[in-house]
Design a protein around this ligand. Structure first.
Ligand code: NAD
Ligand code: IPM
Ligand code: MN
Length: 362
């Protein structure tokens, strides 16, 4: 059983508050299922490091992390002191791109006990997987501001969609849809208005679909797709999207399920050439940081996704999958009967939920 080396990067704001709860649950799971986890904490990739060093990470960050099996990541961003594009392009977006984590897998599920903002929905009615392209698309650094300060000033920023990048994303999404009972995929697009790249993206999807004839699929323009997330969320199973559309849908889906405080994500390099990264969908939440009331479930669920992925290393062992399933069951139990943080309508603290999930595991 090879040891799994996990880099721990807490980041900023509530990242520092939810990380200890994620680790508490991972340690409980490691004891219960005898998993050989080894944690390595890195005190960089946060805004105080930037203020002290003029960069978000040491210059050899890639060498320090490349030998890890996974990165367990809190959240980065403290816009009061460092502009967001500087902190994020100096850390998280570097990880995604340099470690070729081209899949960003983001589940959204309605749980028993979580108040749903949509009328008439019960647990299980919403259960979707958003598969977000994570290395290209609208997130490019190609472009610039010209004639700055003159009346001719303009700005251009390109979107870049590669054939390889689109095909691997869509193949992954179709294979995932095939593995699920409903075998259904929805493509997020905007090929009516974005007249060059988006028809091309639709064509890549049609090609991928031909390789998965048993998966039912349709394409929906992003505007009506957002409306249907709110009006008919139960119809969605796997939703494949470009980087920006996937970003938006992966806050909207969890919001339709009651809170973004429980939404996890897996930034995957499926070939395992580089470490994959597991983090909440949410950010550093400066508005509640320092008060000990952030919901740690997104961090904890992300840890479960990490164990599941680690279990798929060469010597596949059912204990990793069992640990994932056990953590998800413990989350279900706590959301149904346990303490609630304010985003869930309660008064409980971050540590109360972390302890409750760890106790439910034992
Ligand atoms: P945010 O996700 O941090 O917060 C949005 C809202 O949701 C806030 O009201 C916040 O209090 C609430 N919220 C978020 N997580 C919560 C939790 N676990 N429990 C309870 N409530 C929670 O988004 P934002 O305000 O747009 O961004 C704040 C900072 O985080 C910015 O610097 C932004 O760039 C950064 N950010 C980082 C990541 C990341 O590291 N992956 C993701 C999103 C935003
Ligand atoms: C996310 C975040 C990031 C993104 C930001 C912080 C750059 O919103 O992980 O969803 O847009 O990908
Ligand atoms: Mn986002």
């Amino acid at each position: 059983q090879p040891v799994a080396r996990i880099a721990v990067i807490a980041g900023d704001g509530i990242g520092r508050e939810v990380m200890p709860e994620g680790l508490r649950v991972l340690e409980a799971a490691a004891r219960r299922w005898a998993l050989p986890l080894e944690f390595h904490a890195f005190d960089w990739a946060h805004c105080d490091y930037y203020l002290a060093h003029g960069q978000m990470m040491p210059s050899d960050w890639k060498a320090q992390l490349a030998g890890m099996d996974a990165i367990y990541f809190g959240a980065v961003g403290w816009p009061a002191t460092v502009p967001d594009h500087v902190s994020l392009w100096g850390s998280l977006l570097k990880f995604r791109r340099e470690f070729d984590q081209y899949i960003n897998l983001r589940p959204a599920r309605l749980f028993d006990g979580v108040p749903c903002p949509l009328a008439g929905r019960k647990a299980g009615d919403i259960d979707m997987l958003i598969v977000r392209e994570n290395t290209e698309g609208e997130y490019s650094s190609v472009g610039g501001v010209m004639f700055e300060g003159t009346e001719r000033e303009f700005v251009v920023q390109e979107s870049v969609f590669t054939r390889t990048g689109s095909e691997r994303l869509l193949n992954f999404a179709f294979a995932l849809a095939r593995s699920r009972p409903r075998k259904t995929l929805t493509l997020a697009t905007k090929s009516n208005g974005i007249s060059i790249s988006m028809p091309w993206w639709d064509a890549r999807c049609a090609e991928a679909a031909a390789r998965y004839p048993d998966v039912a699929w349709d394409k929906q323009h992003i505007d009506i797709l957002c409306a249907r997330f709110v009006l008919q969320p139960e119809r969605f199973d796997v939703v494949a999207a470009t980087n920006l559309f996937g970003d938006i849908l992966s806050d909207l889906g969890p919001a339709c399920c009651g809170t973004i405080g429980i939404a996890p994500s897996a930034n995957l390099n499926p070939e395992r050439r580089w470490p994959s990264l597991f983090e909440p969908v949410h950010g550093s939440a400066p508005d509640i940081a320092g008060r000990g009331i952030a919901n740690p479930i997104a961090m904890i669920w992300s840890g479960a996704l990490m164990l599941d992925f680690l279990g798929g290393r060469s010597s596949c062992d059912a204990r990793w999958r069992a640990a994932h399933d056990g953590i998800v069951r413990a989350i279900e139990t706590v959301l149904r009967d346990g303490p609630r943080t304010p985003d869930l309508g309660g008064k409980a603290r971050t540590t109360d939920l972390g302890s409750a999930v760890a106790a439910a595991l034992a």
